[in-house]
Design a binder for this molecule. Structure first.
Ligand code: HMG
Ligand code: MG
Length: 286
């Protein structure tokens, strides 16, 4: 069995965890969560999204959150769904941004009102602009395994987006099981093929836990050589445009497992579990 010496866990709770909460969460509460996560050892996390507040009202305070993260000295990643979002992120001095495109066209139309190829076209000026500013680009391939609107997602569809991102110069490519319907066999096969096809690319595994297979999917991805994973404190989350998707893989479960397997991480488990009750108190679903 392949056990990586070191695993990077990217905490995505403040963004992917909270974006789906219907009741408003105060900016102060978000700052407290981020500060506690930083204290537990996370030096890099997804903290907010520069989406139009009309689409995701919970992320309306992205400017203030980003400035807070800079003051705190952590590397924050902000989701930027379009060029306007990227301009806002640049103005807020965000060091890393995340763009996303679904592997399934049906999902893209529901999520960002565009086809896969139109989404890739829109990414061209965004990558150019971000690179000019020296901003690190995380590129998500969402619905990279299954899709709530079309069922199976083929390797060809994933490759189509991946080719585009690699050509544009993504710094890392995050492969998302957005609706949490992947299983370990599919995850192992998909990541193995992607690693064969793109040997120079850094891939990240992003699993939602809809069918309680997220941890098994991490182990399967590890067997294909993946050592970076996203997770969300308290298992917060869901995707507003992915019906039926539940929370992200919980950071507590992921950290506990990888530590037990002997992998090194930068995060302190004892500090992390102190945060769980507060994180869960922010959610109306947990
Ligand atoms: P649109 O309405 O088609 O945009 O939205 P538009 O370009 O037509 O603009 C309409 C108006 O909004 C304009 O204003 C723009 O200026 C303004 P007007 O001229 O009418 O006054 N506008 C903005 N204002 C502020 N900030 C902005 C912005 N953009 C436009 N950023 C858009 C297109 C992509 C913006 C929209 O469809 C959208 O944001 N959708 C939501 C996407 C989203 O956040 N989805 C959830 C995240 S994805 C996810 O969770 C999956 C992930 O976790 C990975 C995984 O799990 O696999 C990442
Ligand atoms: Mg997600």
């Amino acid at each position: 069995m392949f056990i990586p010496k070191e695993v990077e866990i990217v905490e995505v709770g403040p963004r992917d965890g909270l974006q789906n909460e219907s009741l408003p969460i105060s900016t102060d509460a978000k700052k407290t969560l981020i500060a506690q996560l930083a204290k537990a050892g996370f030096s890099r996390m997804e903290t907010t999204s520069f989406v139009h507040p009309k689409w995701v009202p919970q992320m309306a305070d992205s400017e203030e959150i980003s400035s807070y993260c800079n003051d705190l000295g952590i590397t924050s990643i902000a989701l930027t769904p379009n060029l306007k979002a990227l301009e806002r992120a640049i103005a807020a001095k965000v060091p890393q941004v995340a763009v996303f495109i679904g592997a399934s066209t049906k999902f893209n139309q529901k999520n960002i009102n565009k086809t896969t190829s139109e989404s890739l076209d829109e990414c061209v000026p965004m990558f150019e602009r971000a690179k000019k500013e020296g901003i690190f680009i995380r590129a998500y391939i969402s619905m990279a395994f299954k899709c709530p609107f079309q069922g199976d997602v083929s390797l060809e569809e994933v490759k189509y987006v991946c080719d585009g991102f690699v050509e544009l110069g993504a710094d890392e490519i995050d492969v998302g099981d957005t609706n949490g319907k992947a299983d370990p066999k599919l995850v192992y096969e998909r990541f193995s093929r992607l690693r064969d096809l793109y040997p120079d690319t850094t891939f990240v595994g992003h699993f939602h836990d809809t069918e309680n297979m997220a941890l098994a999917n991490v182990v399967a991805a590890m067997q294909a050589g993946i050592t970076k994973f996203d997770s969300s404190v308290g298992g917060l989350g869901g995707c507003p445009y992915s019906p039926g998707a539940t929370g992200n893989l919980s950071t507590e479960d992921l950290l506990n497992m990888v530590k037990r397997m002997g992998c090194q991480t930068e995060v302190d488990y004892a500090e992390l579990i102190k945060i769980t009750p507060f994180a869960k108190s922010l959610s109306s679903k947990l």
